[in-house]
Design a protein around this ligand. Structure first.
Ligand code: AMP
Length: 172
């Protein structure tokens, strides 16, 4: 199954969650066993043999891919969550989203100077979410090897905003 065949399993929903946003609905891809398997393989493959110790996954759709990729790479999984969700001591970073602003939190003991991290999410749009996650991880002395996405909305310039190696499976 090629990237173009994966693309056929992404549904576009106009004006969700608000007017002007063309939402990429990945649920048809998730529900297709072969597409789901191929997507996870394609997201993990660029990071093979890079000594990745942790996959940092962004709430909430990043969790879906992060878990599968971490298992595939033999890495640990670190959730980065919306404020108020994580139970232990947290670091916080503010960020701007394509639709609104928010903050992200990570447990303070999740990664450290010995960690080699990739940041994973479903969609790279403006890059605000991923850039905030990179800052959060780097604040704790960990190295961010790169960021991986299923979908990159390249016309929004997220790749430059992230400023790290970016790997994406499907580009619009
Ligand atoms: P950004 O911070 O602008 O790169 O936005 C990335 C985050 O917003 C990701 O967690 C995506 O899940 C979500 N997102 C942004 N734009 C879209 C879109 N057009 N379709 C689906 N999700 C989106």
């Amino acid at each position: 199954m090629t990237a173009d065949q994966l693309r056929l399993r992404i549904r576009e929903i106009p004006d969700h969650p608000k007017p002007g946003i063309l939402f990429k609905d990945i649920t048809p891809l998730l529900a297709d066993p072969e597409a789901w398997r191929v997507a996870c393989e394609a997201m993990a493959a660029p990071w093979d043999g890079q000594g990745i110790t942790h996959v940092v996954a962004v709430e909430s759709r990043g969790f879906l891919f992060g878990g599968a990729i971490a298992a595939r790479l033999g890495a640990g999984l670190v959730p980065v969550r919306k404020p108020g969700k994580l139970p232990f001591e947290r670091s916080r970073e503010e960020y701007a989203l394509e639709y609104g602003t928010d903050a992200l939190e990570m447990h303070v003991d999740a990664v450290g100077p010995a960690s080699r991290v990739i940041v994973v999410d479903d969609v790279l749009a403006t890059g605000g979410t991923a850039a905030a996650t990179v800052r959060l991880v780097e604040r704790h002395g960990a190295a961010v090897v790169g960021c991986g996405f299923l979908i990159e909305l390249s016309f929004l310039g997220g790749r430059a905003a992230v400023g790290k190696r970016v790997e994406s499976v499907i580009t619009y």
